[in-house]
Ligand binder design. Structure first.
Ligand SMILES: Nc1ncnc2c1ncn2[C@@H]1O[C@H](COP(=O)(O)OP(=O)(O)OP(=O)(O)O)[C@@H](O)[C@H]1O
Ligand SMILES: [Mg+2]
Length: 257
C-alpha cells in the first residue's frame, strides 16, 4: 500500500499522514513514513520529540551519504547506479508510533531532469520504496502542486488530496486532482478535513460533484487535535473522532488494494 498525502498549506496533511501511519502499524503493517516536505514535521506526529526530530539528517542534505553513493574518482562525474536498500536500513529512524521515518529533504526538483547527485539518490530511494518494496509507505508531501505530475508520486496507489471546506483549499485540491488524472495512480480523491457540521460537508461534496471528484473520506473537526497542535503534545488517540475516521480510511484503502 503506497499512499501520498498532498493539498494546500495547513489543511492537515501531516496530521493525516501521521495518523495513517499509526493506524497501519496498529493493524500489523510494517510502515515507512516519508517526509517529503522541505520544512519537515512529520516526526512529531509519529511521537518523536522536537530535539529528536532536529537530529535527523534529511537524505538530500546528507553530503557524506550522497558522496558515498554517487562519488567517483573524477571531479564533476558521478555514479548513476548504486544500491539504496541499505539507506533504509541505516537511515530510517524508528519512532514511538512503530513506523520508520525517512526525511527526504528538498525534493522539489525531483524528476525534473536535474542531474545533481542528491536528487539522483532521492529519486532512486523513492522509486525503491514505492515501486520495489512491500512495506506500507506513506508520503507527507509539500504543500501545493509543484511536486506533482513528475517523480515517484506517479507510482503510488492512492493520492489523498486533503482539503477543508475553504474555497481556496478546494480549488488547490481540484488542480492537484486534474494534474494527477493523466497518471497511473489508481485512486485520486479528496479527503475533507476539519469538517464541522453540515455547511462544511455540503461545501466539500457539492464542489466535488461539480468538478467530478471523488470524496474518499471526511475527517471531522476534532478539538483535541487542534489543542494538541497548539500545545505541541500528542493526541489522545482513543478519544479522537478524527483519528478514528482516519483509521477507517486506512482500512478502506487497504481493502481496495
Ligand atoms: N481534523 C482536525 N481537527 C482539528 N484540528 C486539526 C485537524 N486536522 C489538522 N488539525 C490541525 O490543523 C493544523 C495544521 O495541520 P497540519 O500541520 O497537519 O497541516 P499541513 O497540511 O501538514 O500543513 P503544512 O502545509 O504547513 O505542512 C494543526 O495544528 C493540526 O493540529
Ligand atoms: Mg505538514
Amino acid at each position: 500500500m503506497k499512499i501520498a498525502v498532498c493539498g494546500k498549506g495547513g489543511v492537515g496533511k501531516t496530521f493525516i499522514a501521521g495518523s495513517l501511519a499509526r493506524c497501519l502499524v496498529e493493524s500489523g503493517h510494517p510502515v515507512i513514513a516519508i517526509d517529503a516536505d522541505s520544512s519537515p514535521n512529520l516526526a512529531l506526529s509519529l511521537g518523536l520529540t522536537s530535539e529528536e526530530a532536529a537530529r535527523i539528517a534529511p537524505v538530500a542534505e546528507n553530503d557524506a551519504l550522497i558522496r558515498l553513493k554517487t562519488g567517483t574518482d573524477y571531479s564533476g562525474v558521478f555514479r548513476l547506479t548504486f544500491t539504496v536498500d541499505d539507506i533504509i536500513r541505516d537511515h530510517a529512524t524508528p519512532t514511538p508510533s512503530g513506523a520508520h521515518l525517512l526525511v527526504m529533504g528538498t525534493v522539489r526538483a525531483m524528476g525534473s531532469g536535474c542531474a545533481c547527485p542528491a536528487h539522483s539518490v532521492v529519486k532512486a530511494l523513492m522509486r525503491h520504496l514505492v515501486v520495489e518494496r512491500d512495506d506500507a509507505v506513506i508520503l507527507d508531501m509539500e504543500a501545493g502542486i509543484e511536486h506533482l505530475g513528475r517523480g515517484t508520486t506517479r507510482h503510488v496507489d492512492s493520492l489523498l488530496v486533503v482539503t477543508d471546506a475553504n474555497r481556496k483549499s478546494l480549488e488547490v485540491a481540484a488542480t492537484i486532482c486534474r494534474l494527477a488524472r493523466g497518471s497511473d495512480i489508481a485512486r485520486v480523491g479528496l479527503v475533507g478535513n476539519r469538517v464541522e457540521g453540515e455547511r462544511h460537508e455540503t461545501a466539500i461534496r457539492e464542489f466535488a460533484r461539480e468538478h467530478g471528484l471523488e470524496v474518499i473520506a471526511l475527517i471531522p473537526y476534532d478539538a483535541g487535535v487542534a489543542e494538541a497542535g497548539i500545545s505541541g503534545t500528542a493526541i489522545d488517540e482513543t478519544a479522537s473522532t478524527a483519528f478514528r475516521a482516519i483509521c477507517n480510511l486506512a482500512r478502506d484503502l487497504g481493502e481496495r488494494k
